[in-house]
Design a protein around this ligand. Structure first.
Ligand code: SAM
Length: 224
């Protein structure tokens, strides 16, 4: 059995009852970074064997994890924050588990993209989740393509590139209403809404620290 367990994106109280139950029940936990998951488990009073899974060790780790599960050990997959496999590692492990007839079960919970969309106040009936844009190659081409999409677009961005992203939105998507969600569920949670020209003008006064989800309204939707 492989459980895919969502963990908080900031506020520890967002862990679900079921997530705690499953993390207590499993024999081992697969995580991105043992330091981060140990901290979470310590706060929950849980002690478990941890195995890392990341881009560097994926190939060999998947074999080891599958062998453990196939020999009867229950496993939970978590990421550093939010829902595993959403801009986080795990997809190859889950695919391999299905191929080996291992039951994969969802323990849903926090996800930054959906949390942001739910408070953005822009259309939610159809949206495109792009996650992180490529840092260099293909970034501008993708932004141009996205500018033509008449759907809400959801992007993840880090503190290091948020200013660059807002300048790019001002270049490629001037007419699209943008909602910037910063530090969701944390002490300094903040929402800033506006069209790119006004957002760029306000950059000097904006707090650019922390984690960001940027929601971009469809071309055809105008904030009155
Ligand atoms: N798997 C995670 C999820 O379910 O949302 C996303 C992991 S991805 C590596 C991390 C990115 O998600 C951050 O750079 C940021 O863009 C977004 N993010 C995560 N937590 C956030 C938060 N509390 N507030 C705003 N954005 C957040």
């Amino acid at each position: 059995m492989l459980y895919v367990v969502a963990t908080p994106i900031g506020n520890l109280n967002d862990i679900t009852f079921r997530a705690v139950e499953i993390l207590k029940e499993v024999d081992f936990i697969v995580c991105e970074d043992t330091r981060i998951t140990s901290r979470l488990l310590q706060k929950l009073g849980i002690k478990k064997e941890l195995l890392t899974l990341n881009a560097r060790n994926e190939e060999s780790r998947i074999k080891l994890i599958l062998n453990k599960i196939l020999s009867g050990h229950k496993c939970a997959l978590v990421s550093d924050a939010g829902t595993p496999c959403i801009s986080d590692p795990g997809v190859r492990l889950i695919n391999a588990s299905h191929k080996n007839n291992i039951t994969v079960s969802s323990v849903p919970g926090p996800n930054a993209a959906i949390a942001a969309l739910s408070i953005a106040g822009i259309p939610t009936d159809s949206f495109l989740f792009e996650g992180f844009l490529p840092q260099k190659k293909g970034r501008q081409k993708l932004l141009k393509e996205l500018s033509l999409t008449d759907k809400t677009i959801i992007l993840y961005e880090s503190t290091y590139r948020i200013e660059k992203l807002l300048n790019e939105l001002n270049e490629f998507m001037q007419d699209r209403f943008v909602v910037i969600c910063r530090e969701l569920t944390k002490m300094y949670e903040e929402i800033v809404r506006g069209y790119p020209p006004e957002l760029v003008k306000g950059l000097a006064d904006m707090n650019l620290k922390g984690e960001f989800v940027v929601c971009i309204a469809p071309v055809s939707w105008q904030q009155l």
